[in-house]
Design a protein around this ligand. Structure first.
Ligand SMILES: CC(C)(COP(=O)(O)OP(=O)(O)OC[C@H]1O[C@@H](n2cnc3c(N)ncnc32)[C@H](O)[C@@H]1OP(=O)(O)O)[C@@H](O)C(=O)NCCC(=O)NCCS
Length: 155
């Protein structure tokens, strides 16, 4: 994918996250109800470290007119599967196709990295996100239960 993907007609640019976007992105995630770990994996230091990794691509949608960040997606892979994380769109701009554009941009990078299976984790009360991912071609796997081991609370 090119460095930026500007859709002049739509006035939207999808570009790499920059650390200067951090505060705005945290506000978008909070507004979207995404679980936030500001002392853990979402701290500024941790996000700065993550964007330096070769298996991570953190994209934002920027509104062409004002240059405001209005959406995010964080694509990662583990060498076997691609993961779509942290999809969020400004509450006032939802249902206009921005989320789908972000997912497509993440997918195209993950596919370029050789990932033939793409996945995401969705909280069980997030019906909107489930509907969105189903629309985008993802199949629900209720037979899989997520287990995690945490090094410290709030990680
Ligand atoms: C999930 C989210 C990013 C979707 O962004 P969006 O820009 O509104 O999505 P889009 O407009 O691109 O919609 C993509 C598809 O999902 C559908 N969709 C969008 N919102 C929907 C809703 N509330 N209910 C049902 N379907 C919906 C759209 O109709 C579209 O399908 P279509 O192309 O067949 O019409 C947005 O709702 C959001 O930020 N939610 C809060 C954060 C969140 O929960 N993120 C996901 C974490 S797993």
């Amino acid at each position: 994918m090119p460095e930026s993907d500007r859709d002049r007609a739509g006035g939207l640019e999808i570009r790499e996250f920059r650390i200067e976007d951090y505060d705005r992105v945290m506000a978008l995630w909070a507004e979207g109800g995404l679980p936030l770990k500001p002392q853990g994996r979402d701290s500024r230091e941790n996000i700065a470290r993550q964007i330096g990794l070769s298996n991570v691509r953190f994209l934002v949608a920027e509104d062409g007119a004002g240059g405001r960040v209005i959406g995010t997606v964080l694509a990662t892979h583990d060498g076997r599967k691609g993961w779509i994380n942290r999809l969020a769109v400004d509450a006032g701009l939802r249902k206009k196709g921005i989320g789908a554009r972000l997912v497509r941009a993440a997918e195209s990078w993950l596919e370029s990295q050789g990932m033939d299976i793409l996945a995401c984790l969705i909280e069980d009360d997030n019906a909107v996100s489930m509907a969105v991912f189903e629309k985008l071609g993802y199949k629900k796997h209720p037979e899989i239960i997520y287990f995690a081991k945490r090094k410290y609370p709030g990680v």
